[in-house]
Design a protein around this ligand. Structure first.
Ligand SMILES: Cc1cc2nc3c(=O)[nH]c(=O)nc-3n(C[C@H](O)[C@H](O)[C@H](O)COP(=O)(O)OP(=O)(O)OC[C@H]3O[C@@H](n4cnc5c(N)ncnc54)[C@H](O)[C@@H]3O)c2cc1C
Length: 564
């Protein structure tokens, strides 16, 4: 079996909605752009922030984690679930920032549970067999077909909007459409304790049109990404409340240094099947890497730039190319379209950039400040019981990191499955009559008798170690994939040496980190444990080699002295 190599050029973008939107299915009610446009839940949000309306669950953030969590709760029978998403549409993506997701068997588990695996296959490009093309500045091409024989390791590449649409469409179908309300254009402005004992937590938000509203959920899920307001609220509460801090952690960020953290990226929009100067086209369904050369326009000392293109299932969708560099690269000083045409023409002569990219698009690309890969970060708590409500963090709100291992969405979907397990584990015992004990007070709105405080504790115990392990795997995975240079060469050497050793002596040396992460049968904690073992074995081998070299030198020196 040939292993799936990391994607050339790293993350890529979705086709731009402005020029040629992805074909859309009719917009599901769940993804409707404004509050009230959907089937109303049991309790409508209060228009008065001072009198919050009760809700079974409020999910802050309508990204992959939030929509998947809504689907999971609804399939448990929960109704009165409200998703608050600040964007005008859950499928929204910034033209110059967005990316293509690689959904592996970890992420697929949740989709399979909800009968959505076929949607993933229809919308994505499978890695079972995929073309990889590398084009050098002199026009030379290196083409190969990459195949993964083991079906458990097949993954699918698809643009973020296409992935989110799978979840949104599912939420728009009965019975979920009457259980979940996705309010887009709703920005959460405050998450606070209710200030009454057992009164739970209150989520305030600005609804579309500027009206203020507030909800008081029994279960609050922070699925609001890297800069999570729910996580910030937990941190503030833990800071002020030693009992909460002792029980659930401080929620302050723990950072793991990683070589790829801080790298900057932006996305250039290209036409479908972009043409090269030699008349050939880069098919949408394959990976492509345009390798650049040093250019006078960027300064001779500047590292050559590269553009990475990730696969798109739609043959006629506009294509995207990722530019990823270190902070401070002179390309970020090129701020106008004309100058960018000159830089690209000189650095990447494989294509005629004026023919490929319209002046307005090139001007926007040049002006874009792009994004930066976050440092692997997780709080020291994954959830807590607060004044009778359960508050949990999922997805990037719990763990964020650079996209080196392609685990962002996949790990977010695992969080959702863990939430489901925690709710099951915290089910209240059945009464003698065989019925589940009825919930009281706030729990009366819930479809199941569940001890939410126990669920929060269980989730914290399950997911915090996974988040921590995942963040620690990032610097060990494949952090040098975005550039050429001595560090990458050294990394490649160590990777190949470890691979060879793991094949020759599998009982002694585990496979390289990157390959273990591709084994979806292993969880992140187990992978990290094996990585630590590999490090010990590696150090022991190095020590043995150093000892052997020293004794050889000593013997040679003695032999030399004897001969003299
Ligand atoms: C360049 C790049 C490439 C990537 N490639 C991959 C990949 O190949 N595979 C992979 O698995 N992962 C990848 N990732 C990571 C992936 O994008 C994230 O892990 C994933 O989006 C996390 O999903 P989420 O739902 O937790 O958070 P997000 O996707 O960030 O969603 C959070 C949502 O919350 C909303 N929100 C935030 N604050 C508020 C508020 N106050 N009120 C209301 N709504 C709010 C936001 O608008 C957003 O829609 C990549 C990331 C980057 C940057």
């Amino acid at each position: 079996m040939r292993r799936r190599a990391p994607a050339p050029g790293g993350p890529a973008a979705h086709p731009p909605a402005r020029r040629a939107p992805l074909p859309r299915r009719p917009s599901p009610p769940a993804a409707a752009p404004a509050a009230g446009a959907e089937a109303a839940p049991a309790a409508a949000p209060s228009a008065d922030a001072a009198a919050p309306a009760p809700a079974a669950a409020v999910i802050v953030g309508g990204g992959p984690a939030g929509l998947a969590a809504a689907l999971q709760l609804a399939s448990r029978g929960w109704s009165d679930v409200v998703v608050l998403e600040r964007r005008g549409s859950v499928e929204h993506a910034d033209t110059d920032l967005s990316y293509v997701y690689n959904i592996d068997a970890r992420g697929r588990r949740l989709l399979e549970r909800h009968g959505l695996a076929a949607d993933l296959e229809a919308a994505g490009v499978s890695t079972a067999v995929v073309d990889v093309t590398r084009v050098f500045p002199d026009g030379r091409k290196e083409q190969r077909q990459q195949s993964v024989k083991d079906p458990t390791r097949h993954t699918h590449w698809l643009p973020r909007p296409a992935f989110v649409r799978i979840l949104a469409n599912a939420l728009g179908r009965p019975p979920f459409s009457s259980r979940v309300r996705v309010i887009t254009g709703a920005s959460v402005t405050a998450v606070r304790r209710s200030n009454t004992p057992g009164g739970g937590v209150v989520v305030e938000y600005e609804a579309p049109g500027g009206a203020r509203a507030a909800l008081r959920p029994a279960l609050l899920l922070g699925c609001d990404g890297v800069d999570s307001s729910v996580r910030a609220a937990l941190e503030g509460w833990a800071d002020a409340d030693p009992r909460l801090r002792a029980a659930a952690g401080s929620f302050s960020p723990r950072r793991v240094p990683c070589p790829s953290a801080g790298l900057r990226f932006k996305v250039l929009q290209l036409p479908p099947r972009p043409a090269l100067r030699d008349g050939s086209a880069l098919e949408n369904s394959g990976f492509a890497l345009l390798q650049g050369r040093p250019s006078a326009a960027l300064g001779r000392g500047a590292a050559a730039i590269r553009l990475g293109l990730l696969p798109f299932a739609e043959p006629d969708a506009p294509r995207t190319a990722n530019l990823i560099t270190r902070e401070g690269h002179p390309i970020w000083e090129v701020a106008d379209g004309e100058a960018m045409y000159s830089v690209l023409s000189e650095s990447l002569p494989q294509a005629d950039w004026r023919a490929l990219v319209a002046p307005a698009d090139m001007a926007r690309f040049a002006a874009s400040r792009g994004g930066a890969f976050p440092e692997p970060t997780h709080p020291d708590g994954a959830g807590a019981a607060v004044d009778g409500a359960a508050v949990l963090l999922l997805g990037d709100a719990l763990h964020c990191f650079p996209p080196d291992l392609g685990q962002g969405v996949n790990s977010a979907l695992l969080d959702v499955l863990a939430l489901d397990e925690s709710l099951s584990a915290a089910a209240k015992p059945k009464t003698e009559g065989g019925e589940a004990a009825a919930g009281e007070g706030r729990e009366a709105a819930l479809p199941e008798a569940v001890d939410l405080a126990a669920a929060a504790e269980d989730y914290h115990r399950r997911q915090l170690p996974q988040a921590e392990a995942l963040c620690k795997l990032l610097p060990l995975g494949f952090p040098y994939q975005y550039s050429a240079g001595p560090r990458r060469t050294l990394w490649n050497f160590v990777f190949l040496a470890q691979l060879a050793l793991s094949r020759a002596l599998p009982w002694l040396m585990p496979p390289p980190t990157f390959m273990m992460v591709q084994d979806a049968g292993m969880d992140y904690v187990s992978i990290l444990a094996r990585v630590r073992r590999a490090q010990l074995v590696g150090r022991a081998i190095l020590a043995a080699l150093a000892l052997a070299a020293a004794s050889l030198v000593l013997r040679l020196a003695r032999a030399g002295a004897g001969a003299a």
